[in-house]
Design a protein around this ligand. Structure first.
Ligand code: PMP
Length: 416
């Protein structure tokens, strides 16, 4: 049993010693002290079904035995070395990861967070193309470093600091709320317009999530990416897919989110689920683009460390061995079906959308969110107005977990 300080003591210390920027959900915050696969446990031993997975980070399950074993073995052998010395884990991991990428995406650079990966992707794009302008989407989220804050398309996360020089925000191809419905090429016209009106006619990059995560699990309208990729490449730019939330089979129908629209990016950024919770992130690109960083010294102290790489390798193995992509397709399909059934019953649900185990439903979220927690399910929340449920569980969820979640949601909605 848990023997540390009480929840009230932890909350008091957090208020006194931690940055006030840390926020918590729920009126009475949850303290999680143990985890096992799809479950979290609080300090009193109460079990919650985890429908948010540390924000899509715990991909294969909390404390997955195979990941734990790999991390412990590597920790006991050698925790840290530097990429100046050779190490097998980082080399083998780079091979195994890029083996899973299409086209010429065959070189990896490891960093520690999604923001870092996107910072680096932007820099590589600018160095490679000799252009400066970058096109991003309204409602996007790519991190909170100064450079990535410039890419953000939601005022709620932006600080009043200089950011985003040369960055332009295109119309969001949002099939539910957007002006052109699910007509991707029609939204893409705005990118052509931006290139013509806001840039020198040449751009460095277009960057996008394949399903907007923080923005409320918003997929991109059909046919959007193929049209935009072509426009951007014609304007001298490269295409960057941010797969921080959508990669590694989570969408069920594909291993990488971009494959759902049949495109192959020039640069892919990865974080969160890549390490099942260990600090690990990556930029994967072509040998030609990767070469630009070699023109100067470049170094990252923790990037590619043996322990994180051991975790990353274990995650790849577990996804294959346990058929987790197929599980996301099956369990995610059941989830959408069940949520659509609930939508028929509760008018307040405006939209059910997503792919695999990457889904939200829109509702009077705050009250339902609290009630679901009381009933034992930890959901996520997102969208500019915090009005979309984000259901992004560990990929080991079963149909029984879906049924429990739906029963809890049904009850909470019925009580509105
Ligand atoms: N890209 C996407 C799509 C994300 O959702 C996030 C984090 N929410 C990031 C990048 C930034 O990752 P990090 O917090 O590790 O910097």
């Amino acid at each position: 049993p848990y023997a540390g300080p009480s929840k009230q003591e932890v909350l008091a210390m957090r208020k006194q010693y931690l940055s006030p920027a840390l926020f918590h959900h729920f009126k009475d915050p949850v303290m999680t002290v143990d985890g096992s696969m799809q479950y979290l446990f609080d300090e009193k031993g109460r079990r919650y079904l985890d429908a948010f997975a540390g924000i899509v980070t715990v991909s294969v399950g909390h404390c997955h035995p195979e990941v734990n074993r790999a991390v412990i073995e590597q920790t006991q052998r050698l925790q840290h070395t530097t990429t100046i010395y050779l190490h097998n884990q980082v080399a083998e991991y780079a091979k195994e990861l890029t083996d899973r990428m299409p086209g010429n995406l065959k070189v990896a650079y490891f960093v520690n967070s999604g923001s870092e990966a996107n910072d680096m992707a932007m820099m590589m794009a600018r160095l490679y193309t000799h252009n400066h302008d970058i096109i991003t989407l309204r409602n996007a989220y790519h991190g909170l470093s100064e450079a990535t804050m410039g890419l953000l398309g939601q005022h709620t996360w932006k600080c009043a600091v200089p950011q985003g020089a040369g960055v332009h925000h295109a119309l969001n191809p949002n099939p539910y709320r957007g002006a052109w419905g699910n007509d991707g090429p029609r939204y893409a016209a705005d990118v052509a317009d931006l290139i013509q009106s806001a840039t020198p006619g040449k751009v460095a990059a277009f960057i996008h999530e394949t399903i907007q995560g923080v923005g409320g699990a918003v997929p991109l309208a059909d046919g959007y990416l193929p049209t935009v990729y072509k426009m951007v490449r014609e304007a001298g730019g490269v295409c960057i897919a941010d797969e921080v939330q959508t990669g590694f089979g989570r969408t069920g129908s594909a291993y990488w989110g971009f494959e759902n629209q049949g495109v192959v990016p020039d640069i892919v950024t990865l974080a969160k689920g890549i390490g099942n919770g260990l600090p690990l992130a990556a930029v994967v690109t072509t040998p030609e683009i990767a070469a630009v960083l070699a023109a100067r010294l470049h170094f990252n102290t923790y990037g590619g460390n043996p322990v994180s790489c051991a975790a990353g390798r274990a995650v790849l193995r577990v996804i294959d061995q346990e058929g987790l992509q197929a599980n996301c397709a099956a369990v995610g399909g059941h989830l959408v079906e069940e949520l659509r059934r609930l939508q028929g019953k509760h008018d307040i649900i405006g939209d059910v959308r997503g792919r695999g185990l990457m889904e939200p439903a829109v509702a009077e979220v705050a009250q339902v969110f609290e009630r679901c927690k009381d009933l034992g399910v930890l959901l996520g929340k997102g969208g500019l107005h915090g009005n979309a449920f984000r259901i992004k569980p560990p990929m080991c969820w079963t149909t029984a977990d879906v049924d429990f979640l739906v029963a809890v949601l049904d009850q909470a909605l019925s009580e509105l």
